[in-house]
Design a binder for this molecule. Structure first.
Ligand code: ZN
Length: 114
C-alpha cells in the first residue's frame, strides 16, 4: 500500500505531488491509498539481481517502481513504499510513505515555520 496525492475537486491522483491539479487547476489536495497497480512496461536494470524497473498504471495514475520478485507485463502487483523481505512480487515506489505524500500546503507551512 502506498499513498499518493489526490485532487479534492476532481479526484485525479498524482505522484509526485503537485501544487495545482493538471486536470481542473484545483489547489486542494488530500492523500489516497493505492494497494495495487498493473505493470505496463518492464525493463531489466541489473541482470545479477534481476531487478526490473517498471511503469505501473492504476486508472489515471502512472507510477515508476522497482519490481522485486517475478511478474510480467500486464500483471497486477502490490505496491510498497520501501523494499520488503520475501519473494514478492512487489513493486517498490520510493517516496510514497503516508507522511511523504501529505498535501503540499502542509509542507509549505512546515517550511515557513522554521
Ligand atoms: Zn483536479
Amino acid at each position: 500500500m502506498i499513498t499518493v496525492q489526490r485532487c479534492q475537486d476532481c479526484g485525479r491522483r498524482y505522484f509526485p505531488g503537485r501544487l495545482l491539479c493538471a486536470a481542473c487547476d484545483g489547489a486542494n489536495f488530500t492523500v489516497a491509498e493505492v494497494a495495487k497497480a498493473r505493470i505496463e512496461t518492464s525493463t531489466l536494470v541489473h541482470d545479477a539481481a534481476a531487478t526490473r524497473l517498471v511503469t505501473l498504471v492504476d486508472g489515471d495514475l502512472v507510477l515508476v517502481g522497482a519490481l522485486h520478485g517475478r511478474a510480467e507485463r500486464g500483471d497486477l502487483v502490490p505496491l510498497h513504499p520501501r523494499a520488503i523481505d520475501g519473494p514478492g512480487p512487489v513493486a517498490v515506489v520510493p517516496g510514497t510513505e503516508s507522511d511523504e505524500t501529505a498535501p503540499p500546503s502542509r509542507h509549505l507551512q512546515e517550511e515557513t515555520s522554521r
